[in-house]
Structure formats: structure tokens, C-alpha cells
Design a protein around this ligand. Structure first.
Ligand code: SF4
Length: 366
């Protein structure tokens, strides 16, 4: 893309801009690979502003690999609660345990060892190794790919294997070997704050003179829009059972669909965390929820109390659009059900729950 003087001046402009305008972010305070790793995993599907309080709380509870490796999984999930994509938290802990078992608790600094950790792919490995250890691995994710494709006016689908490899090669060539960590962060920062997907601020862009898409008037059409995966609609009913003291009942994360009597399609929608008893419904939600309640939670006892419909909850998880119909049922005493626990409805902070469950709890409190 650029060589010789053009490459030199491109690097100088971008690094100069980054050193002047980079955001103050908590994971930029030092070069500890553990802290960088946690931030990179959190930022995979979460915006910077939303991630910061979670990051600080997580680091307070798990300041290093050893504390993360030895913590109960439920505690790790609880502190991840609200960030979504919980496989990230589960993989973090698996990786921490692997680091303790194979690397004496010290985050490895060899590329192949980092890539062998659960949840770490080429992007995350490159980010950690370049920022923490100054190793010359260039990051490539959707943000950086967008920037490079615009700089080089590369049209077409960026996500084909061949095109992605081409972009990786370009990223490798652009990387400034004298400051790989800053370079990678500068490319990410440019993509996140200036060369954004919908409204790139080309006038303010530090490298606008080097940008082919801008010269050719192609900024709006590059990169090519991705075909969105069709979303599936699903309707669920959740039962919020409440006793006189305001205590409610949550079911444990489903280990197997058979144990929870939960349709296997539903478990991932609840992030495999603690949840209100929930089923998929089709025709008559009240009737179906009542039948489920009597058969599975009340051991066949018929109820006379009314299921009170609460405000419906809309939620999206990956390619599912969920409509959830919560029902509140006041009972003199909550039933004893295996794999369940009782909590105050107004405070579920001691247990890992998904955003969907949090919305249901809010709806049940009126
Ligand atoms: Fe992106 Fe515009 Fe800068 Fe080109 S000039 S890199 S399109 S912000």
C-alpha cells in the first residue's frame, strides 16, 4: 500500500496523532499483559465506555492470574454479569487455570503459547504481545480492516479468507516495528473514534492525505455492507414466583437440557446463568406457563392463584429476537425444587444473571 517515504510519513502522522489525542483508558496505565488481556476480551463485544466499570470491578476482585484461576466460576460470571457473551468469562478462567498449570502463573510471552490459551485468537494475541512486550504482531479486527480497506480503496467482501489474509499482510506491512504496541492501539483508536463505520470524520483524520477511498469519493461504499444474518423470533414465558417476604426463586444454570427440562434452544438465550423458570410458548402463553408450572415446579399441584402478566420484555441475543412474557405469581411459600435457590426479588446482585433475567426482575418489581 505504502512504501518508502509515503510509509514513513504515514506512520509518523498516525503515531503523532495517537500520542496527542489518545483516550485515557484504565488499561493503558501500564503494560501488564494480564490487565491488557482482560481489557481486550471485554472489548471484543462491548463498547469502551460500557466496559470501563466492569473492567475496574473485575480487576479489583481478580487482580492477577492466580486469583482468577482459583475463584469459583459463579463468582467470575457474577462479575461479568451484564456484559453478555459469557463464554468470554468462562474462557478467561480456563485460560488463567492453563497459565497456572503450564506457565507457573505468569502470562506467557511466546506467540504460540498465547494462541494456545482458550478464547485467544490472532487478534488478541497480537494486541497483548505488541502492547505488553513490544513484539511485532499487527492486529486485525473489523475496525482495523475497515481503516485499511478505506486507506487502500479495497472493495468487495472483506471477510473472505483470501481478502482477510491480504488485509493481514497490509496490516503487517504498515506496522511500525519501532513502536508496535502504540501502532496497534493507534490503528484501533483511529477506527473507533475517527474512521467509524457510518460517519467517518475525514476532515479531522490525521491520515486523510494518504486515503485512497477519500480521494476516489468511495468512503461511503467501502467497506461493502455485510449481509446480516436473518433474525429468528422466539416467544418465551418466564415465571416470577414470589412469597410474602418478596423472595423469589431462580433456577441454576442448565447443565443439560434434560435436567432443566428446558428446551435446548432456550438455554443459550439465558446465557447459561441463573434464571427465572422459563419456557418457549406458542399459542396460549398463560395456559402453557401454568401447565409447565404445575407439572415441573409444583409437583402436579394445581394452582388457584392467577398468573399476573407483567410488562413484556424485548431482548436480542445474537440472531434471536426474543419476546419474553413474564408472569408474577404470589405464593404463600415457594416450592422446593432441585437446582434452585431463593433470593430477594429486589436484589439479585449476589448471583450471575443475564441482562434478560435482569429485565424480567425489573419488570416484576413494577
Ligand atoms: Fe477513514 Fe476518512 Fe481517514 Fe480515510 S480519510 S482513513 S475514510 S477517516
Amino acid at each position: 500500500m505504502f512504501t518508502g517515504h509515503a510509509l514513513h510519513s504515514f506512520r509518523k502522522q498516525l503515531l503523532g496523532w495517537f500520542s496527542q489525542f489518545k483516550r485515557d483508558l484504565p488499561w493503558r496505565l501500564d503494560k501488564d499483559p494480564y490487565r491488557i488481556w482482560i481489557s481486550e476480551i471485554m472489548l471484543q463485544q462491548t463498547r469502551v465506555v460500557a466496559a470501563i466499570p466492569f473492567y475496574e470491578r473485575f480487576l479489583t476482585h481478580f487482580p492477577g492470574v492466580a486469583t482468577l484461576a482459583t475463584a469459583p466460576e459463579q463468582e467470575v460470571l457474577r462479575l461479568w454479569s451484564g456484559l453478555g457473551y459469557y463464554s468470554r468469562a468462562r474462557n478467561l478462567q480456563k485460560a488463567a487455570r492453563q497459565i497456572v498449570a503450564q506457565h507457573q502463573g505468569v502470562f506467557p510471552n511466546r506467540h504460540e503459547q498465547v494462541l494456545a490459551l482458550p478464547g485467544i485468537g490472532p487478534y488478541t494475541a497480537a494486541a497483548i504481545l505488541s502492547i505488553a512486550h513490544g513484539q511485532t504482531y499487527a492486529v486485525l479486527d473489523g475496525n482495523v480492516a475497515r481503516v485499511i480497506s478505506r486507506l487502500g480503496a479495497i472493495s468487495g467482501n472483506l471477510r473472505t479468507n483470501q481478502r482477510w489474509q491480504q488485509l493481514q499482510q497490509l496490516a503487517d506491512n504498515l506496522l511500525d516495528p519501532r513502536a508496535p504496541g502504540d501502532w496497534n492501539q493507534a490503528m484501533m483508536e483511529l477506527g473507533a473514534t475517527v474512521c467509524t463505520p457510518r460517519s467517518p470524520q475525514c476532515l479531522l483524520c490525521p491520515v486523510n492525505k494518504s486515503c485512497e477511498a477519500r480521494k476516489l469519493g468511495l468512503v461511503r461504499s467501502i467497506p461493502e455492507k455485510r449481509n446480516k444474518r436473518a433474525t429468528l423470533g422466539i416467544t418465551l414465558a418466564a415465571l416470577v414466583l414470589v412469597d410474602k417476604k418478596g423472595t423469589t426463586l431462580l433456577l441454576a444454570p442448565p447443565i443439560s437440557p434434560s435436567r432443566s427440562k428446558m428446551h435446548s434452544q432456550i438455554a443459550p438465550l439465558l446465557s447459561r446463568l441463573w434464571h427465572f423458570p422459563t419456557i418457549e410458548v406458542s399459542q396460549d402463553a398463560v395456559k402453557e406457563a401454568k401447565a409447565y408450572l404445575e407439572a415441573n415446579l409444583l409437583h402436579g399441584t394445581k394452582i388457584r392463584e392467577t398468573l399476573v402478566p407483567l410488562k413484556r420484555v424485548r431482548h436480542s441475543v445474537t440472531h434471536h429476537d426474543i419476546t419474553l412474557l413474564p408472569f408474577r405469581l404470589e405464593l404463600a411459600a415457594l416450592p422446593n425444587i432441585p437446582h434452585s435457590k431463593k433470593f430477594p426479588l429486589t436484589d439479585l446482585s449476589s448471583v450471575p444473571i443475564s441482562n434478560l433475567t435482569r429485565k424480567v426482575a425489573r419488570s416484576a418489581q413494577g
